[in-house]
Design a protein around this ligand. Structure first.
Ligand SMILES: Cc1cc2nc3c(=O)[nH]c(=O)nc-3n(C[C@H](O)[C@H](O)[C@H](O)COP(=O)(O)OP(=O)(O)OC[C@H]3O[C@@H](n4cnc5c(N)ncnc54)[C@H](O)[C@@H]3O)c2cc1C
Length: 304
């Protein structure tokens, strides 16, 4: 268990607090949006304290296309590169030009190029080597002036072949609202677990036993499985326990039904992980950051 005595908080939508007491909270509030352009691109600079969805809406309303698939993802601009937010076939890494990161130990502001951010699926250098060592102050997004809609993803493919940016934006919002509980009314942190990526041999072993198992072969021949499907097969979809539960439309989302505690969510997540392991031989990794009263619990020890 790795503990520390402060936690950098954006808007808390990917954070589970285990109790009512918390370590010292640092909440960056760097605000402002600035637009620059060259012949081919718009460069959108946004302070890390800005709200992500409001930034997406601002861009859609002002003709800067490219963020619409990432509409309605809760949280701040500063947290978005941390886990390389993604939805409907787009990740923020597709449009990042640079990230400004203030190093606490040296008090220096560093500029990271997209390559230096080491983006991967729900991952970046800020979540790995640089975790808890600094604060993202602003992000620069690079949006091409020649835009092409990305509507290959299930749900968006119902749109016309040549939709406008606004139509894609509205459709993403509709699909998300139909599938995901609104955290304002049903507290949740979105996907609680990451989709596990397994080697080909593991996949083949499982596919023999579960021929209907959803699977997505990656460029490096590893296979991404759907954590929600695994959880559903383990019998947890829709269950309620100690005031918390698993969402009845999306088993990847753990919800607080109103009177549950952070600890109850944590215990449920441990139970799910154990059952999924017993059934499939795979340990899920939480996507959500788990914060105890005296510090942060490292995700790596989750099933320890
Ligand atoms: C209903 C729902 C749907 C969701 N859907 C998606 C989705 O489709 N795709 C997706 O990728 N995610 C999704 N999420 C997860 C969440 O929206 C993102 O992870 C978002 O980026 C979290 O933003 P936040 O400001 O609330 O982060 P927080 O929970 O406050 O923090 C998350 C992490 O970022 C760090 N952090 C925050 N701000 C800074 C900063 N300025 N500098 C350094 N570190 C910082 C924190 O220390 C923490 O480690 C969803 C969440 C919910 C509740």
């Amino acid at each position: 268990m790795s503990l520390k005595n402060f936690y950098i908080l954006g808007e808390g939508s990917n954070t589970l607090f285990l109790s009512h007491t918390a370590p010292v909270i640092i909440q960056p509030k760097f605000m402002g949006i600035e637009i620059k352009e060259d012949e081919n691109f718009y460069f959108i600079t946004a302070g890390s304290g800005e709200n992500w969805h409001q930034l997406v809406t601002y861009c859609v309303n002002n003709g800067y296309a490219g963020l619409e698939n990432l509409a309605l993802i809760p949280g701040s601009v500063g947290a978005a590169p941390i886990q390389n937010i993604g939805a409907y076939g787009v990740e923020i890494s597709d449009v990042i030009d640079a990230v400004y990161w203030y190093e606490l130990a040296t008090q220096h502001l560093h500029k990271f190029s997209k390559e230096q951010c080491q983006f991967a699926y729900r991952d970046s250098i800020f979540k790995q080597q640089l975790r808890d060592k600094g604060i993202i102050t602003k992000v620069i997004l690079k949006l091409p002036k020649v835009w092409q809609a990305n509507i290959s993803y299930q749900g968006l493919d119902l749109l016309d072949t040549d939709p406008t940016v606004e139509q894609v934006y509205q459709r993403v919002i509709e699909v998300r609202q139909a599938k995901l509980p609104d955290p304002k009314f049903k507290p949740n942190a979105g996907s609680f677990f990451k989709n596990p990526v397994v080697d080909l041999k593991t996949y083949q072993r499982l596919a023999q036993q579960y021929p209907n198992m959803p699977a997505y072969v990656q460029a490096n021949k590893e296979v991404k499985l759907a954590a929600g499907w695994l959880i559903e097969q383990a019998g947890f979809k829709g269950i309620k326990k100690n005031g918390v539960g698993v969402h009845d439309k999306q088993a990847l989302v753990l919800v607080n039904h109103g009177d549950g505690s952070g600890e109850a969510i944590y215990q449920l997540a441990l139970e799910i992980n154990q059952k999924v392991y017993e059934k499939f031989g795979i340990y899920l990794q939480p996507e959500v950051r788990i914060v105890a009263s005296n510090g942060f619990i490292g995700n790596g020890e989750f099933h320890g």
